[in-house]
Design a protein around this ligand. Structure first.
Ligand SMILES: [Zn+2]
Length: 83
């Protein structure tokens, strides 16, 4: 995990602004869905990915998570056949 040195205050509704510099660096755009995860004492935000990163298959039953990215069974099998 990398420290940015940036500190922001929660507002009365529990909202906190992710600085524009970070949003731009990570390619987050207005309207993007963010997934909220908890890792130990940390709250982690990441862009919500609801489909396979390779073929856009969005059947949740066929999606697996690999290194923080979603991949469908079909694409996973194609990758395994490459080895
Ligand atoms: Zn796929």
């Amino acid at each position: 995990m990398k420290t940015t040195g940036m500190v922001r205050k929660f507002d009365s509704l529990g909202r906190v602004v992710v600085p524009a510099e970070i949003r731009h660096t990570l390619g987050y755009k207005d309207g993007d869905l963010m997934e909220i995860l908890i890792e130990g004492d940390y709250v982690v935000l990441r862009k919500f990915q609801s489909s396979c990163m390779f073929c856009t298959n969005d059947n949740a039953e066929e999606l697996h998570e690999f290194m923080g990215k979603k991949i469908c069974t079909n694409c996973l099998k194609k990758m395994q056949n490459m080895i």
